[in-house]
Ligand binder design. Structure first.
Ligand code: ATP
Length: 513
């Protein structure tokens, strides 16, 4: 299946089966805003729970909080968002479409990378076992030229953003011959910076001069509560504070479904450590977070690290964890070593000391911070794209979402074979027993085959069919989603069997080293 077609199918499947709906659809929708449906919300809750348990429950030195979305406006001055949370935008004069200038350049780089890969694959085929890829990459002039072009884009972009010489970005777009995908022309405006924060007013703020912002990240709520948590929780460094919650960004160019939304959810953790130890913790969290992703059983080739070339001025290391979506690799999570920038700035702007007295060194200092920041909605899309399968079964197409059972929205469907002879009563009894521990579903409409397929399409790992033999023998048919194999099991064995297969604990254990 073509990648674009696959992505289109995933998006329409998400809507058709109650995972994601466009927001305000009966009013023709709202761009880049989405609602989660009855199955989507369960999947989202399970991903959030997997993250929360892994970060908070399994780490004695990480505490969770839930800070308000509204915060004092000075926070966003201190964090640098008022002055620096901008995207460089460029318009095409013919199509009147607006683009992020850096994304146009990154897309161009991605195309070059694909071309390089194609050349490498071709050569590998031609030379067979004797092929030396590293040597080929170093010596082939065409590849060297393309690699140099990729580096040139990085350097020019970095230089222009740092110096504020935005015209250099426009020149580069023109030099590279990048055209508008809609109009196909190179008729570009100049590049301008747009702030991404939404603002509103709170009447209690005097003189109306200060804008209140909808938070563009959850992290600042953690920084301003650093001392509250440290003192009340008697936390000793190193320790972390975690939270999940909504964030808002006025993304001008919203694309690719729930990848880039105006209202989305983040799961962030700030790890406070002794200055000088931050790079060790950075490496620790970089590896630990990758393990969390891979424990879900995802093919490791679908993930990669992308080191930041353009480090923010306060950061001393930063990496993205990227996933290969049907439209290419994109960031899902960032791990950033942010030094003492955030707490230092809040000290400066609030006039309050945000220090830690270290009993081991007898020193008082502003801790350094390593941050892990993942978008819940992006992780949701990773899970959905990764799970979507179309299989040929007896001349028919079976669409199945093979989620990890711990993340599946519905764990088991209880299906009486017919609507009579006491089968619904027994099935309901099983449902009543299982519902205390699991999200289970009862259905008696349609043929059993159709019911199985509906459950496959929402990723339910087990179907439990109650038939006439069940009444006599106390057993049922258990059908496994991925293999479609069926086995007879005792009704009494169901709670343990489902509990084990869908256990969050085994998933968490797999994510640990
Ligand atoms: P991008 O470069 O893709 O815009 P970012 O570097 O601005 O992302 P961060 O500020 O590091 O992202 O935010 C951390 C995480 O939050 C990202 O890795 C991503 O998963 C998620 N995220 C950021 N912006 C959005 C958005 N507009 N919609 C959905 N998720 C988002």
């Amino acid at each position: 299946m073509q990648n674009e077609e696959l992505f289109r199918k995933v998006v329409s499947h998400a809507k058709e089966y109650g995972f994601v709906f466009p927001s305000s659809e009966i009013y023709d929708g709202l761009s880049a805003v989405y609602d989660y449906g009855q199955n989507g919300i369960e999947l989202k809750r399970n991903i959030r729970e997997y993250w929360w348990k892994s970060m908070v429950q399994l780490h004695q030195n990480i505490a969770g909080i839930d800070s308000a979305i509204f915060m004092h406006p000075k926070i966003w001055k201190a964090s640098g968002h008022v002055d620096g949370f901008n995207d460089p935008m460029i318009d095409n004069k013919d199509s009147k479409k607006r683009y992020r200038a850096d994304v146009l350049l990154e897309d161009h780089q991605e195309k070059l990378r694909e071309k390089i890969q194609k050349e490498v694959d071709k050569a590998a085929k031609r030379f067979g076992d004797s092929f030396d890829e590293a040597m080929f990459r170093q010596t082939n002039p065409k590849l060297a030229e393309m690699s140099a072009a990729i580096d040139h884009i990085d350097q020019t972009l970095k230089g222009a953003l740092e110096s504020g010489e935005l015209d250099r970005i426009r020149q580069l777009i023109e030099e590279l011959g990048i055209v508008c995908p809609i109009s196909g022309t190179r008729n570009w405006t100049e590049v301008r910076q747009f702030n991404l924060m939404y603002s509103t007013q709170m009447s209690a703020i005097e003189n109306g001069e200060d804008n209140l912002y909808l938070r563009p990240e959850t992290a600042q709520g953690i920084f301003v509560n650093f001392l509250n948590v440290q003192k009340t929780g008697r936390m000793k460094i190193p320790f972390g504070i975690a939270q999940t919650g909504k964030a808002f960004r006025n993304e001008i160019v919203a694309r690719q479904f729930i990848i880039r939304m105006k209202e989305f959810e983040q799961m962030e953790m700030q790890y406070f450590c002794r200055p000088g130890t931050e790079l060790e913790w950075y490496t620790y969290w970089k590896e630990s977070r990758m393990r969390w992703h891979l424990a879900l059983g995802t093919d490791p080739a679908k993930y990669r690290y992308h080191d930041h070339l353009k480090l923010a001025h306060y950061a001393n290391a930063a990496v993205d964890i990227e996933f290969e979506f049907p439209f290419g690799f994109k960031e899902v999570e960032g791990i950033h070593s942010r030094t003492d920038f955030d707490l230092g700035r809040h000290e400066q702007f609030s006039g309050k000391k945000l220090r830690y007295f270290d009993p081991e060194t007898n020193e008082s200092y502003v801790p350094y911070v390593v941050e892990t920041s993942i978008g819940l909605d992006r992780m949701f899309l990773v899970t959905l794209c990764n799970a979507y399968r179309e299989e040929q079964v007896e001349g028919d197409v079976r669409t199945v979402l093979n989620f990890h059972p711990a993340l599946a929205p519905v764990k088991a469907a209880i299906l009486p074979l017919t609507k009579k002879d006491g089968l619904p009563e027994l099935a309901e009894k099983i449902f009543e027993e299982l519902k205390w521990d699991h999200h289970v579903y009862y259905e008696e409409k349609d043929t059993i085959g159709k019911r199985y397929r509906r459950m496959d399409a929402i990723g339910t790992p087990f179907c439990i069919t109650v038939d006439h033999e069940s009444l006599e023998n106390g057993d049922v048919t258990l059908r496994h989603r991925d293999t479609m194999l069926q086995e007879r099991v005792k009704i009494a064995a169901l709670p343990e069997l489902i509990g084990k297969a869908c256990s969050m604990r085994s998933l968490l254990e797999a994510s640990k080293d």
